[in-house]
Design a protein around this ligand. Sequence first.
Ligand code: NAD
Length: 458
Amino acid sequence: MHTNLSIPDIIRKQRDFFQTGETKSIDFRLAQLKTLKQAVIEHTQLILEALQADLKKPEFEAYATEVLVYKEIDSAIKDIKNWTQPKKAPVSLDFFPASARIYPEPLGVVLIISPWNYPLQLIISPLVGAIAAGNCAILKPSELAPHTSRVLTEIISKSFDPAYITVLEGGVETSQQLLAEKFDHIFFTGGTAVGKIVMEAAAKHLTPVTLELGGKSPCIVDDDINLEQTARRITWGKFLNAGQTCIAPDYLLVDKKIKDNLLAGIQKCLKEFYGDNPATSPDYARIINQKHFDRLVNLLKDGKIIVGGESNSSESYIAPTVIDKVSSADAVMQEEIFGPILPVIEYTDIGEAIALINSRPKPLALYLFSQNKNLQKQVCQQTSSGGVCINHTIIQFGVSSLPFGGVGESGIGSYHGKASFDTFSHYKSVLHKPFLLDVKWLYPPYKGKLSLLKRILG
Ligand code: NAD
């Protein structure tokens, strides 16, 4: 599409378009959001096929976690009038007469870089915020999900003028060329290592960043639970998309008293979900590529495999695997797993679980299964994470009133719903003074005025 245009030219065209002010009109933004929703819906079949080709993503999962991204568009369409309203701010009497308002304004031309695991949703969802806030956008999908990247390009190129929104497909090189340019915001979803590269490049232009990163999200299981539901909810959240979910429970911290029962429950769920041989299940995804396959197979060496462990390189298949008797020093506990391997560590006192979590980088998500209100409070108060979900997994991502993002090494900033609009907006403070009164003693010469100032304002 842009074969004859260089990256700086594309950005220039977008800057020119932004300068026309067209994107600032709320009607324009609404129309674009509706166009985007329509395009996603019309391309549903192609999206499902592309996700099948890239990840063997089961149709149900692909629909629920990717196509349904248009729910995020619905929420923006419904709330944009409210979000874009200037908000009145109080002004103290010292400034009388005066009024103050805070106006959200678009940032300009933004860059959105996304990963391969939810390759449609993780680019469309931030785009919704960028559009709602009135920006132009360049999208850089992951080269590791090439089929979805192509469908995305089709959706965007059919729906929008490239001077407004465009896709630049490509790998690390494309990403690096983009990062060399100045943007008004960079929204990056991916791993912590690349997040650091993005932030370093952005710093050269003082470009603000949102970094949606990963990490090891712990899942604590107390003994005060509904065992059957706990097992089902953990099994679903862990093995959805074959574990390649940024907020998948990475490892279990289980109360010793309940561990054997819980692991038996998870085994039972695996059978119910994927049958005796998950390799033949249409409901179980594949590992994205050989590099990740090899990395994951290497993690199968620690502890004692109690279920799974099988793999098939030519099929990019790794069975849903649960590993017991893992120690926090094992390789599987050193990096984000991002695959269908669930290590289990037992504790006798919740203090041990909390100490282990706090000895590590702050996770993106923290899961706690417990009906004990005091324990819920204790874990929330004594740990830090991007978010917490109590007694379920993953679903917090879908609640658009909850800003989604990390803290510390799991990320900077947040999005979803209003938070997406905020991320792509600048809140401009405007103070308005009428000519009604002018307090002269404010101006030089100051001689003899300091004591008055102290009396009035001090
Ligand atoms: P990644 O960091 O390897 O790649 C993400 C994007 O960055 C891709 O578009 C890629 O082309 C680009 N990129 C890769 N190397 C680069 C470099 N050296 N310079 C510039 N750009 C580069 O991540 P991934 O493997 O695609 O995704 C997996 C990671 O993403 C996991 O850590 C996961 O937790 C995280 N993730 C986070 C969220 C979230 O919402 N917080 C969601 C999904 C995935």
